[in-house]
Structure formats: structure tokens, C-alpha cells
Design a protein around this ligand. Sequence first.
Ligand SMILES: Cc1cc2nc3c(=O)[nH]c(=O)nc-3n(C[C@H](O)[C@H](O)[C@H](O)COP(=O)(O)OP(=O)(O)OC[C@H]3O[C@@H](n4cnc5c(N)ncnc54)[C@H](O)[C@@H]3O)c2cc1C
Length: 366
Amino acid sequence: MFRSRLPLRADQLCRLTACHGPARSTATRKYAAQTQNTSSSRAQRVAVWTGSLGGAALVAAYFFWPDTSRSAPTYTDATLSPAYFTPVTVTATERCKDPNTCLMELTVPREALPPSRDRLFAPIWSVYIKDDDIQVERAYTPLEGIDEDGRMRFWVKKYPKGEVGRWLHSKRAGDKIEIRGPLKTYHWQEDKWDEVVMISGGTGITPFYQLIHSTLLSTGTATPSPRFTLLHSARTPAELPPPELLQPLQSYSVANPDRLRVRLFVDQLDGSSSETVPTGDLQVGRIGQAALSQALSSSQQLSWWQRWFQRSNPVLNTDRKILFLVCGPEPMINAIAGPYGRNYSQGTVGGALAEIGCRAEQVWKL
Ligand SMILES: Cc1cc2nc3c(=O)[nH]c(=O)nc-3n(C[C@H](O)[C@H](O)[C@H](O)COP(=O)(O)OP(=O)(O)OC[C@H]3O[C@@H](n4cnc5c(N)ncnc54)[C@H](O)[C@@H]3O)c2cc1C
């Protein structure tokens, strides 16, 4: 989920090298068929050496190329910026029912707050948090953006072998940590869409919460905006987001069903429960083509024959401008929207969204 935009890791480096492999061997085979003589073997030796040197250079570049997380300086007397780290204070932490997640509040010192914030902190944005012990950074999404006093709230998940998540869970109120940002996760354009369908898994809900908070929860109902549908999934009821996230979403959607709809999915009912949602209101199973089609067809006032006609292709058979945003673990992204492309590109639309007829310009994988 949330593909990291950090410099390439060893596994990604291997992927890149592997991609070049077949092309190189095809070229070699073609060349060998043309000239079966000594000059060919000399050329092959040169090619092997060049390849090896190239490989070594790539590996060296990975280790010695300036890595922003290691090389970005820390300034205590400058405003918050993506170019350097700023020390901030952990002002609150709260364990969630799911012990692998916590809510954490960070406060940026008043003197580090940028003077004009509207554009900088327009949705959807994140900050990098640096794990001081090992000098590694990861992106995290402030749920409600940043307030006048510099406060930001995060929902943070730790993974059994994860670095920064576990380190963050060990922090307590009063501790100092370093952040840099804001960084744009997705450039939201308010008046471009009639309908926005957000599909998330786990902490993949955080950028969508920020978007909904910014466009609906914090503005009341007066501002015109697209209609939002959030389809969120967790493995079990206990792993659903804490009440601090789910309650505002649920209350808003009950009061304004024409502006926001929330559907919650769990892989299985394991006897655990959510603090916010009765188990009977949860849908059991993965989000797939049926859930997507249902979300779209029930969003429009259609006659029975229009609904019947749309079943085959709810996205193509409409004049409405529909956007699909997807954020979650990589297997979920793959199943819903198809895998990312090479070098962090969006890749083609695949999975359930391709099955219902989505085009590339309608889909964004966060
Ligand atoms: C723009 C952006 C915003 C983000 N916002 C948030 C946020 O608000 N809250 C939040 O908790 N996270 C968020 N993330 C994810 C976060 O940046 C880290 O990737 C995540 O916390 C794991 O980092 P780590 O150092 O703990 O684990 P790592 O050391 O990176 O990973 C160790 C191991 O943990 C497992 N692992 C790591 N990430 C995942 C995953 N997502 N799903 C399943 N297994 C995984 C892998 O098996 C991996 O081998 C965001 C990411 C991006 C790019």
C-alpha cells in the first residue's frame, strides 16, 4: 500500500536488473547468429564486462547516492519544508482496540508553521517521519490536516518486522521526533468529478479520511462537492479503524446520504467486534466487481431497465464523471485496479475496475 517513493531498495534494484535481462540476452543471441568468429567472442567479453561494470555501478549508486532520508539536514529555526527535517513534539498517543495500531498527535512548533497554508496543505498530503535510531523515513498522512496550533493526528500501524511503525509505537507524549513535508500524495481537484469512489484497506483509509475531512466534515454541507463513496475493508471487525475515524464518517453519511456513503467489509467474522459498527452492518467478503457495480448503480436514480442495462458496464454507460481512488496493501491494489507499472508509475488499469470498464484517466492508485 502507499507505494514508497524512497530510493530503490535492493529488491527493487533486482526487479530492474531482471527486467533488462531478457532484452540483453535476445540482443546477444541475435548478434551470435550473425557472426560466428573470434571478433564475436571478443565483443561478448566486452559486453559481459560492460554489463558487470554497469551492475556494480547500480549497486554502488544505491548505497552511495545521497538518500534524502540520510542527507536532508535538520533545522530547528526554519518553517516546515519537504527539503529538511523539523523537530516536532509527540503531544498525545492512544492505543486502539487493534493493538497493532495507535492514534498519535504531533505538534509542529508555532515558529515552524508556514505563514500561508491553504495551498500547501490542500488534500491529499503526507509528511515523512524519520526513525532516528536507523535514519530511515516513512510517509504518514495527517488525518485532519494541520490545525492553527500546528497539531496533526495520525493513525499508525506497526508490522511485525516493520521499522518505523514499531519505532513510532514506542514513542510517548513529550518525545521529540523529526518530520519533513508536506508532500503531495494526490492532487485533488474539487470540480473535476461528479462521483468519487474510494477503495481502501487497513491504514489505506488515512488519505481518504483526510480528503473527506477537508471537503465534507470540516466544511458542513453547504459547499458543493462530488458525491463520495468509501468502500473500506479490514481482515476482521476488530481491525476496522477506531471510532475517532469511523464515527464522524458514519454520522455524516447518515445525515447526508446523498453526499457520502460508507460501506465496510471484513474478510471474515472471527467473533471480534468493531467499537463503532454493529457486526450485522458489515459485509463479509472482499471488495470486488459486484461491490463496485452496486456502489455505482445505487448512486443514480435509474429506472429498472436502465439499471438492467448498466449492470454490464456501469462506468461506460453513464455521463457522470467518475473517479476511483485505491489505497491499501499491494495485493488489494492488484485485485481492484491492477498492479503498479515500472518505476512507481500507475501501470494499466486491471482487476475489478477493468472488468467494469474503467479507463486509465478514471483510476488513481495511491
Ligand atoms: C503517502 C503515504 C502515506 C502513508 N500514510 C500512512 C498512515 O497514515 N499510517 C500508516 O500506518 N502508514 C502509512 N503509510 C505507510 C508507511 O509509510 C509505511 O510504509 C508503513 O508504516 C510500513 O513502514 P515500516 O517502516 O513500519 O515497515 P517496513 O520496514 O517498511 O516493512 C517491513 C515489513 O513489513 C511489511 N509491511 C510493510 N508495509 C506493509 C503494508 N502496508 N502492508 C502489509 N505489510 C507491510 C512488509 O512485509 C515488510 O517486509 C503511508 C505511505 C505513503 C507512501
